[in-house]
Design a protein around this ligand. Sequence first.
Ligand code: TRP
Length: 328
Amino acid sequence: MKARVLSGVQPSGNLHIGNYLGALKNWVRIQHDYESIFCIVDLHAITVYQKPEELRAKILEIAALFIASGIDPKHSALVVQSMVHGHAELSWLLTCVTPVGWLERMTQYKAKTQAIETIGDGLLQYPVLMAADILLYQAAIVPVGEDQSQHLELTRDIAQRFNSLYGATFVMPATNLPAVGARIMGLDEPEKKMSKSAAGAGHAVALLDPPEVIRKKIMRATTDSQPGVDFETMGAGVENLLAIFQAFSGWSDDQMKPHFTGMRYGDLKKQVAEMVVSQLEPLQARYREITADPAYLAGVLREGAERVTPIADSTVRLVKERMGLYTP
Ligand code: TRP
């Protein structure tokens, strides 16, 4: 039996080339080696206020972008979290075995609540819901970025606590897949990982940015004061541009070095921009095809939910039984 892999993405912000090169492209490559579930975590998104119409559009956008990127919905389940009741239900059951202190200690909770006045309880519960996503399907592997490793550790802690209170129930999920994706940094601040929520207009190239916008953003990317590319001494900005080119082109180091050594930054940026534009063009064309047929997308999401619901239901039932709830 193939190992089950699960990951989740929030339907907020714009998916960008960092998401694509760092995660999505890799998932596409390995999806057939696993039983894969990709979850669009709308219940997580609403832990901070979302405009309803925008949220609904975003859920469909993310689903279409996943398919356009090469996720095969016939093999991998594309699941809108709120369409499968088990996520919310298991989340409550796990909440009851989770000490509040564990949640108050989470660094993302502390960071998020610094910026807002009224802190919704959902923000505190966020990591429990994520644990529920993972444990609901007894996922063996959860490919996420480093920023999520504290949440994953908490997932294991919750699973362990449940197991010790009620008997062996949950499989311990492994941290990660081996990191093979590229780590793409912000174009305007190459010391920081490219982020969906960063404010700078030139920070990220979104997967749906039109060619002119892509070119403009890349031409404005931060470099350094050296005259041209030097692989020994280059700063983070130049390194990032080269990483973007290499990840999209698939060139080897032996191809990269002679081609770019000594190149002026203006020329480097033009070549990076053209590479990105040419690689995103087919993806964007597929995206337009997919979104032109709303019935197709609705069918994929319905089918995704139908496929995983039996797994979710059997986990919830088992957990209820273990906890002594009435399960005739
Ligand atoms: N918290 C994750 C993020 O912001 C999203 C997420 C929710 C997730 N549930 C998940 C990731 C389950 C992996 C598995 O990136």
